[in-house]
Design a protein around this ligand. Structure first.
Ligand code: B12
Length: 493
């Protein structure tokens, strides 16, 4: 059986970094980890080829070579997935689909032969067994969660690493918290399930031996879901692994209570973590109570962010507007909060109710579901009727985004961050690619860009005041360009 694994194209989104990638000549931010993992679960003797449509074209030759196609992706890739399915169908391939998009919307894809849904560790083996016996069914689903200590390492050789800006590794799945708008607990459970430190090290060794020397993203729902294991096993193993190879920066996602544990932050920084994404959501206490974001309540959120920045972790933040408890004053409050916090990468979205969440259930009961969830909670759309009214919400959101990503306020926030940040001493070598990125940014942003004044100001400021952070301030400038383009695309049009 010749297998073609296909990852559909995603549109330009906040996290796609599409416009930033052009500065470093990369095609995509991250490889499709789900499909690489599926690749490792399929019989070894089956020849495999992976086409990530974000990095390469899916050709007729690819389709003619294969016997079957395994397609995966997220909801925001649904349009591209539809086109790919039609092409596979035309080429007479057996089509197998799985991953988040199909797990939530499989009833909308008639041409798929088999759906292998939820965690493939549990659903793929029965499908493969039935396929061999010639009695494969259409749907394979499970309400159970798997033991990821048995998940194989992704089959990295299926991709060309040089197309990607970063590599990814998954250490755990699940989150101990239960926020009303988030479907992580429904999808992956409350109890964080972890790989062993040995598994993680083996995966790192795998990408290292393929020549990878860039950043690695730990794609966990909440990296600090089990602090005990982190402190006693994983972080000591990572600290040991980094010795002699200090140039691999790590980044991850975590809950804000990380700020309460100085020892944990110190170990993470020692292990090479320099950035962490936190769901901050809102400075409005009533909204935090409304969505059951317990871990963010009754604390000085700005101070928590600063604690992490001072410990050596750049904080990226997720923010939401449009809670029932929000009034139109929320837009200005969010602006002030974001500017003060020095969160440069601030993903702000309208409150959405993804299917499977408690919020979706509540909105259905209240008759407030209006549209299909676009799949991107930061594209300025929502699938619910907000209390403050849709027009007020959209207008306030548009103004908020334009404010925080205008060159004036974006760079002001960036300076605020650079002043606070205690950058860890990761020896990232000055590569040719980085020099080229600097060269390109000085032309595109420093000469032709609307932000040229702010660009040179931050560069000179960093050069004289915090010279070690010069590469970071160039990266921040390039990110700003991407975010502004996304804002224009989503808000202004
Ligand atoms: C890391 C991560 C990110 C990263 C990287 C994403 C990437 N492309 O790698 C970042 C931060 C960039 C990101 C961004 C977004 N993300 Co995200 N992200 C995750 C996270 C935490 C881990 C994904 C991962 O790599 N998992 C590890 C792999 C091994 O797991 P997996 O892909 O799920 O694969 C397993 C199964 O799904 C299945 N499977 C997967 N593919 C296939 C294919 C076949 C054929 C089969 C049979 C099985 C199968 O088998 C695998 C093994 O069990 C998940 C939540 C989660 N825990 O999965 C959300 C998640 C995937 N993201 C989600 C969303 C919504 C987004 C954003 C749209 C958010 C936003 N507003 O911008 C953006 C879009 C990014 C873009 N490209 O434009 C949603 C998707 C929901 C949906 N139904 O589509 C998830 C599920 C989170 C959630 N709470 O709902 N994300």
């Amino acid at each position: 059986m010749r297998v073609l694994l296909i990852y559909p194209e995603y549109p330009a989104t906040f996290w796609s970094f599409k416009y930033a990638l052009t500065f470093i000549r990369k095609k995509a931010a991250l490889p499709p980890l789900g499909l690489l993992t599926i690749g490792a679960m399929l019989p070894k003797e089956w020849p495999k080829k992976l086409v990530d449509v974000n990095a390469a074209r899916l050709t007729e030759k690819d389709l003619a070579w294969a016997d079957c196609a395994f397609i995966g992706g997220m909801a925001l890739q649904r349009e591209s997935a539809r086109e790919i399915i039609a092409r596979c169908k035309k080429a007479n391939l057996k089509i197998i689909a799985g991953g988040p998009l199909f797990t939530s919307e499989h009833d909308q894809f008639e041409d798929v032969d088999h759906f292998v849904l939820n965690e493939a560790e549990l659903t793929l083996p029965p499908f493969l067994a039935d396929l061999e016996k010639g009695c494969a069914q259409r749907n394979y689903e499970t309400p159970e969660f798997c033991d990821i200590r048995r998940t194989p390492a992704p089959l990295w050789d299926l991709i060309d690493l040089k197309h990607y800006a970063s590599m990814n590794i998954q250490f755990s799945r699940g989150c101990p918290f239960n926020c009303e708008f988030c479907n992580v607990t429904a999808l992956f459970g409350h109890r964080p399930r972890m790989k062993t430190a040995e598994q993680v090290i083996a995966e790192l060794d795998g990408i290292w031996s393929l020549g990878w020397r860039g950043p690695v993203f730990f794609v966990d729902d909440n990296f600090i879901g089990n602090k005990g294991y982190l402190k006693t096993h994983l972080l000591p193993a990572l600290i040991h692994w980094q010795r002699g190879r200090k140039e691999i920066p790590f980044y991850t996602e975590s809950s804000v209570n990380l700020a309460d544990d100085p020892a944990l932050m110190e170990m993470m920084v020692q292990a090479g973590f320099d950035t962490v994404f936190i769901g901050i959501e809102t400075p409005n206490e009533e909204s935090l109570a409304e969505c059951n974001k317990q871990q963010n309540k009754n604390r000085d959120l700005i101070e928590s962010v600063k604690l992490m920045q001072r410990a050596g972790l750049q904080v990226q933040g997720g923010f939401i507007v449009g809670f029932d408890s929000d009034t139109p004053s929320i837009f200005q409050r969010q602006i002030e909060f974001i500017q003060k916090s020095g969160i440069v990468t601030a993903m702000v979205g309208l409150l959405n109710a993804p299917p499977g969440t408690r919020l979706h259930e509540r909105m259905r009961e209240e008759g407030r579901l209006i549209e299909v969830f676009s799949g991107d909670n930061a594209d300025g759309t929502t699938n619910i009727l907000p209390r403050m009214g849709l027009d007020v919400l959209r207008e306030g959101y548009g103004n908020l985004m334009q404010h925080i990503y205008s060159p004036e306020h974006y760079y002001k926030r960036a300076m605020n961050f650079l002043r606070e940040y205690n950058a860890p001493r990761i020896r990232t070598p000055v590569s040719f690619q980085r020099l080229l990125a600097f060269f390109r940014s000085s032309i595109r942003l420093g000469i032709f860009g609307k932000e040229r004044f702010q660009y040179w100001k931050i560069l000179f400021w960093t050069l004289f005041r915090r010279p070690r952070m010069l590469p970071l301030s160039i990266t921040i400038s390039i990110y700003g360009y991407h975010f502004r383009k996304i804002c224009k695309l989503r808000i202004v049009e």
